[in-house]
Structures are given as C-alpha cells and as structure tokens.
Design a protein around this ligand. Structure first.
Ligand code: HT7
Ligand code: ZN
Length: 853
C-alpha cells in the first residue's frame, strides 16, 4: 500500500463549487447520482480525478452527454476534460447492509446513516475526497416511507413529498461550502427531543436529538449540554451558530465517539443516552463533553477546516482544548484538570514512548484512520493550552478571533493557526513550533539547592527522548509554572512564576527566602512533560497539604504514592507510613471538596506505576499496589467509614456537589473492602442492591468483581438480568469483568468472548471486552502469553469486518520493549502472526508492522 507524505501536498487540480446528490435509499441497493460542477484550478492539462472505493461507475456524463473515455486507475475514476468548467454526472449502486466497516453509508439497528471522516465519502460516490475541496451540497433523499419516515441531511430542509409507491423524498441544502468528510445523511424511524436556542444576535435555531422512540427519555442531558455549549461558545469565543437547525442522531454501531457533520452530528449512542439508572456520573460528564466537542467543531473544523489530514490536530487539538475548558467551567475546574492529565498520562504518554510515537502533525501515513490518536487529540490540546498560557487570556482570544476571521470558509494549516497566535499575541513562536514536528514526551530534571543567606538555585534541564524516525531532538519551549513553599510552615515563599525553559538547561536564582524552600513545579500541569525532581517524602507531604494549586497538591500526593510503590516493586517492600499520613491529612482537611479528595487519595494506576520503571513486572506492580491499598484501608478504616457515611445522598442528583460525594464515597468503599474483604463485600452488595443510580451500582459491582466473595457472582447475574435488553449497560457488564483484578480474569475474558451477547460486529461491545482487557495490565500480561494470543485472535477476526476498530485495539501488543524478554518474545510472535495473516487490511498492517520496530 502507498504511503502518503505531508511534504507531497499539492493543491487540488479542480474545484467543485457545487454538488447535487440524488440518493435512492435501500439497504441492499442504494442508487447514488452525483452532479458535480467542476472548475479547472489553473492552467494545467490534467484530467479530473475522482476518488472511489468499492463501487464501479454505471454511467458518466459530461455536460449532459454520456462519455466512454473515462477510465479507472485502481479505484480512482479519471475523466478527461477539455474546458475549464464542466458539469459531471456519475451513477453508482452501493449496498449499505453489507457495509460492516461502518464507513460510508451503512445500516445500524434499522437506520441508514453515514460516516465520512476521514475517507468514507468515496465509498458513497465518486468525488475528490480530500478536505481542501469545498462544495455547496444539495441532497435529495428518497426512501420507503414506512421504514424510513425521517430523512435527514446537512443544512436546512428545503422541500419534501410523497411518491406513489409508498416511498417519499426530502431535499436538504447546506449553504456553507464543506469538504466531503462533513457530508451526512440519516434515514430511519426516529423520534426527536426538540428545543430551541436563541443566538446572541437573536436568531432562533431549532434543535433536535433523534433517537428510537423508547430512548427519548434519555436525551434530556445531551440536549441541556448542547444548549450550554452553544451559549458558552458565544460567551467565551464569540462564535454563533449559523444554520436554522441543528440535528443530532444517536446510532448504536459507530467506530468512534461522534461526528461533527455540518448541522447533522451523528453520535455513538453511548454519548447521548443517559438516565440515572443506566448511566454513571462519568457517562454524564462524557456526554456533555462530547456533545460540546462536536458542537464546537462547527467553527473549529467545519467553518475553518483542515487543508490535508496531516493538519488533523488543527481541528482536533483545538476542539479538545475547547471542550476541556467548557467542562472545567461547568463543574470543578481542578478536578477536570486532574482527570484530563490522567487521561493524557494513561493514553498519550505510552503512545509517545512506544513504537507508534508520532508528532501532533505527522509526516506520513499508510492509513489516516490510524492517526485519530491520543497524540493528535490530547497532546494536541496541551499544545494549544501552552499557547494560551504563553499569550494570556486576552491575547489568546484576539488570536482565535483572528484565526476564525481570516480562515473562515477555507481549509487551513497548523502553521496558519500558530501565525495568528504570533500576530495577535505579539510573540515569536518559531521554536515553539517544534511541538508540531517533534514526537516524544520531554523530560525535565529539576533540582533546587538551598544556599546560605536565604538563597536557592533552581537548575532545570530538558531532554526529549528519541522516537521512531527522530533520533536527535532540539530543545523545546516548555512553559513551567512554579512556586516555592516554606519547608517548615508550608507558606508560599514566592509568587507563582511562568518560566519558559527554551534551552537545554537553565538556572534561576531565588533570594530572600525565609525558610528552606520546597519546589512546586509544573503547576496546573502547564507543560505536558515528565518532571523528575527528587523531593523527599516529607516535602511531597508538605505540598500535598499546603500547595495552593489544587493540581500541584494532587500531583504531590501522586508522587509520594508513586515513590512508595516504585520502592516496593524495586526492593520487594516499602515503608507506607508517609503515604498513609499524607492521605490521612487529606481526608481530615474539612476545607477540601469531596470530589478533590476522591481524586487525591486514589492510587496511581498499574500502568502509570509501570511507566516509572525500566522493565515492567506486572505481577510485582499488582502486589505492591494491593499492599499499599490494603495498608491505607486498614490504617485509615475509621476515616473511610466516616467518608462513606457522611457522603451518602438521599436520591440521585447530577450536580457537581452530589457527583463529588458519590466519587469520594465509592473510593472509600473500595478502601473499606481492601481493609475488610468480607465486610466490604457485604457493604458493596448492599449498595449494589439499594442504590437508585448506576454510578453507585457500577462502583459496587467493580469492588465486588475484583474480590472473591459469593456476592460477586450474585451481583453479576442480577446486573445481567436487569439490563439484558440495554446494550450500553451490557457493555459495562463485559468491561467490569475484563478490568477485574482477579487472578482468573484472562480465562474469564476468553469465556466471555463466547457469550451469546458478545459480538465483534458492534464496536462498543468489542471495545468493552477486548479493549478493556488489553489495558488490564496484570491480566493482559499473564505469564502464559494467553492474553497476547487472545488479543491477536480478536484483532485478526475483527479485521475482516471492521479494520479501523481492529487497528485501534492493537497498540497494547506494541509495548513489548517495556516488559521482560520472555513476555516480549510472546508479544512479538503475536504481532508477527498478525502481519502474516492473508488479506490483512492496511489499517492493521500499518499498526502491526510499526509495532514490531
Ligand atoms: N472528527 C471525528 C472523527 C471521527 C472518525 C474518525 C475515523 C473513523 C470514524 C470516525 N468517526 C468520527 C470525531 C471528533 O473528533 O469529533
Ligand atoms: Zn473532534
């Protein structure tokens, strides 16, 4: 398969200002007629080249006349043209019901829907399927009226009518030029939860969330989130919605979270449907975040789109930054930042440290679908956040205004965005641009040396590790917020400073310090880097108790626990006293909000502990973590029981305060179970049975599923029977078991893959079992190698149906350099088995071969 390179970008030969689609829908045989007005871009003599995939042209006409001199080069339709402007018509037939890849037009639960990003439109019709060809679309849909009473497309509806044969039609027009990846169509038997939004300039926008009739009661939260997001984008970025209508449709089979098609967002139903009985607080938060994210794309993605797919982070990094800021404004900003950093460390840091590392603006790809990664999204958001920090809020807003104004209606680049930051911010970001081209997580070594006379010298050194294809790196610009605290009193000794570390090393002197200083660095996680700063347990405990930056306070706690756990893994045992006392202090601090306490007292994950070690020993990590969990549970049992009792709620309410109480209470439940497995299981089972909400039920089930009590089987059965007709909750049933800390998880997961409710055809279900299992460090790295074999078997099987989803499950197999030689060999053997599989997709081929390097 051919590699696409960023440097090879050429502007399009032909513009397509207008496209009319006439789509006669049928699951087995859908007829698509496309009429393109094309204009030669400049004085060249090249033919028109239209991308296609999987279909053949039934007819091709130029200016109304059928032609025969078209040809296919691979899947590309090549049409020779003489003049500078023509009208081209093509006709194809496609079969949505046979589309298991879920790209292009496909069937999901009786609906017909589309997914075109990144290159799905070519599976519907012939077109220059690249993001820098922007057309105005008019779409006519015809379908059986009984089966598909609702017909939706982008833009606004312009006409509709009935036909004699039980079919009907609808026409939609989208006045905004858009690339083909933003095209969408949905047909089905859907009901709408409707509302209206008055924009800042007084225009009424009709909002609707379309779902199956029975799911209507679960759409309120998503609709509220949409309205909040519309208001927030006006207030914070000055962005107003631009069509008369905004539709969202939820579908059950979807490769990703959701899609920002202009005026017609299509969502994975897990990011729309929620009620207290079936969705956790985490689900509610994710729904608001994803609804906002897709809505924000209307400007950062749709109005200003990407020139080519190498610029993907232009829209994704910026939009993630926007949705993170929105969510921070809706609840606890401190907790949101902690959660975002946890996601970054869990998903992006390992990617940046492994064989699949790539810059946020990659240089080449075989399959662009493989680059919808945590690096493009989450590290991309951190890069935008750093620019916002460097510029400050006013200049950052001026810069985004400039960006939206200058590039409205066009396809832009990452450099265009940074240019706007430089111009409006009056800063030179030449060196900062290395964030776009260099992969790898920078490391900062920070040492603070106290000197006589109230002086201290801070030494900072940065190092960017080698990554595939990038052996040597240049020094980057790292904006580090820092502050010094007094070791005796815990009082601040300095103001917070923003230091731009832009050279390999830097020294900063502090004078007039009244006490020995303790360093608080990378406050609010101002740069997405790993800081190594040898601070004593007592100093970390001091920061965890006194730092005024909540993120830094959390971070000190995490570092203290990490140091304890790393010592335990390395030496077989460790002193838990400092960690216990620091957790006690947090639990006893009445000024802290429960949500923050719930985060601060959490143990670092097994994978994060592993990231601190040269060679990961999953069993030793598991044992060390379990021992600390048990000791914290036992030593602080009265406090955990008090936290459990004090944070009980009468009935479910989705408010930041109530959410925080549930969070702390469920963390406390798990520590109680660690201290007293039998009593804890009884408490968990009582909570499981007695609660009115899924947050508490799922938390209790997780605690039970990790234990050995009889209540475990009972709870799993009750849960299954209660929710056997709810696919999203059954996903939880699968993933809770796949994430279990029990010894027999690998075997259990193999058995679950044969459960009648397990199917690889539904991406959510595949991710719930296989994806969850592959991040369960101890189970996946089972010394027998059965975990690796299981993952490889599932990837090979899924590749035949849905290559994109299969390829996204594969990365855990690429972490073989991080484990011992025996495990590494087993992992490589499975990767080699995958690569040798006949008929492999380019999606999986690319991920597996890169993973072997
Ligand atoms: N922009 C959307 C990306 C997306 C996608 C990518 C590949 C395959 C299927 C997909 N569905 C949606 C999602 C977003 O970032 O908003
Ligand atoms: Zn996005």
């Amino acid at each position: 398969p051919a590699v696409t390179r960023r440097e090879a970008y050429q502007p399009p030969d032909w513009h397509v200002p207008e496209l009319a689609l006439d789509i006669d829908l049928d699951p087995a045989e859908t007829r698509v007629r496309a009429t393109l007005s094309v204009i030669r871009a400049d004085a060249h003599d090249r033919p028109l080249r239209l991308d296609g995939a999987g279909q053949v042209p039934l007819s091709v006409t130029v200016d109304g006349v059928a032609i025969n001199d078209w040809r296919l080069e691979g899947e590309t339709l090549v049409v020779p043209l003489d003049g500078s402007a023509h009208t081209i018509e093509t006709e194809v037939v496609i079969a949505p019901e046979r589309n298991t890849q879920l790209m292009g037009l496909y069937a999901s639960g009786g609906l017909l829907c589309t997914q075109c990003e990144a290159e799905g439109f070519r599976r519907i019709t012939y077109f220059p399927d690249r993001p820098d060809v922007l057309a105005r679309y008019t779409v006519r849909i015809t379908a059986d009226k009984a089966r598909y009473p609702v017909l939706l497309a982008n833009g606004d509806p312009i006409a509709s009518g009935d036909l004699e044969d039980g079919r009907h039609w609808a026409e939609w027009h989208d006045p905004f030029p858009k690339p083909s990846y933003l095209f969408a169509l949905v047909a089905g038997d859907l009901a709408a939860n409707r509302a209206s939004f008055t924009t800042i300039s007084g225009r009424e926008v009709a909002l609707a969330i379309w779902v199956r009739e029975r799911d209507l009661p679960k759409t309120g939260h998503a609709l509220d989130a949409l309205q909040a997001a519309m208001a927030w984008d006006e207030a914070v970025y000055g962005r107003e919605y631009d069509l008369g209508m905004f539709n969202i449709v939820a579908v059950d089979d979807f490769n990703f979270g959701a899609m920002e098609n202009k005026g017609l967002n299509i969502f994975n139903s897990r990011y729309i449907l929620a009620d207290p009985d079936t969705a956790t607080d985490q689900d509610y938060d994710a729904i608001a975040g994803v609804v906002a994210h897709e809505y924000f794309h209307n400007w950062s993605g749709d109005r200003v789109t990407c020139r080519d797919w190498f610029q993907l982070s232009l829209k994704e990094g910026f939009t993630v930054y926007r949705d993170q800021s929105f969510s921070a404004d809706q609840g606890s900003a401190a907790v949101k930042r902690i959660e975002d950093v946890r996601v970054l460390r869990a998903a992006q840091f390992p990617e940046d440290a492994g064989p699949l590392a790539h810059p946020i603006r990659p240089d080449s790809y075989l399959e662009i679908a493989n680059f919808y990664t945590a690096t493009i999204y989450n590290k991309g958001a951190e890069v935008i956040r750093m620019m916002a920090t460097i510029l400050g809020p006013e200049a950052f807003r001026a810069a985004t205004d400039l960006y939206f104004d200058r590039f409205d209606g066009t396809a832009a680049t990452c450099d265009d965005f940074v240019d706007c930051m430089e111009e409006a911010g009056g800063v030179d970001l030449t060196q900062f641009r290395l964030w776009y081209s260099q992969a790898g997580t920078p490391r900062v070594v920070a040492g603070l040396a106290g000197q006589p006379g109230g002086r201290a010298m801070l030494t900072l050194a940065q190092h960017v590790p080698a990554t595939p294809g990038q052996p040597a790196k240049q020094a980057m610009v790292l904006p580090l917020k820092l502050r010094l605290f007094g070791a005796d009193t815990g009082r601040p000794l300095t103001d917070e400073r923003l230091v731009l570390l832009d050279s390999p090393t830097k020294e900063i002197a502090f004078d007039g310090l009244a006490e020995r200083p303790v360093l608080s660095i990378n406050r609010s996680f101002s740069a997405p880097v790993i800081v190594e700063s040898a601070r004593a347990a007592a100093d970390l405990a001091l920061l965890s108790a006194h730092d005024d930056d909540p993120f830094a306070r959390y971070e000190a706690m995490q570092q203290l626990m990490l140091d304890t756990l790393v010592a335990a893994v390395t030496h077989g045992r460790a002193d838990h006293a400092a960690a216990v006392e620091a957790v006690r202090h947090i639990l006893e601090d009445a000024t802290l909000e429960p949500a923050f306490i719930g985060e601060a007292v959490l143990l670092p994950s097994e994978s994060f502990i592993g990231d601190q070690l040269a060679v990961v020993d999953p069993e030793a990590i598991f044992r060390a973590r379990a021992a600390l969990r048990r000791d914290l549970g036992i030593a602080l049992e009265p406090l955990w029981r008090a936290a459990y009792a004090d944070n009980a709620a009468g009935h479910y309410e989705y408010t930041p305060a109530a959410k925080g109480c549930r969070r702390l209470r469920n963390v406390a439940l798990d520590y109680i179970a660690a201290a007293d497995p039998q009593g804890g299981a009884a408490l968990a089972f009582a909570q499981f049975e007695g609660t009115d909400n899924m947050t508490d039920r799922q938390a209790a089930l997780t605690t039970l599923a990790g234990g050995t009590s009889d209540a475990r089987i009972a709870a799993l059965d009750i849960f299954y029977n209660r929710y056997s007709d709810n696919a999203l909750v059954l996903d939880k049933w699968f993933s809770t078991q796949a994430l279990s800390t029990r010894d027999d998880t690998a075997q259990m997961v193999e058995e679950l893959a044969h459960h009648p409710d397990f199917t690889l055809a539904n991406p959510n279900r595949a991710r719930a079992l296989v994806g969850a299992f592959a991040v369960n460090q101890r189970a996946f790295h089972h010394p027998s190698g059965r975990g690796y074999r299981f993952l490889a078997d599932q990837v090979i099987a899924l590749d035949k149906l849905n290559p994109q989803t299969a390829a996204r499950l594969l990365p855990p197999l690429g972490r073989w350099r991080r484990v011992d030689e025996h495990r590494a060999q087993s992992m490589r053997a499975e990767l080699e088995r995958i690569v040798a599989t006949p008929g492999l997709s380019k999606d999986v081929l690319e991920q597996a071969t890169r993973s072997l390097d």
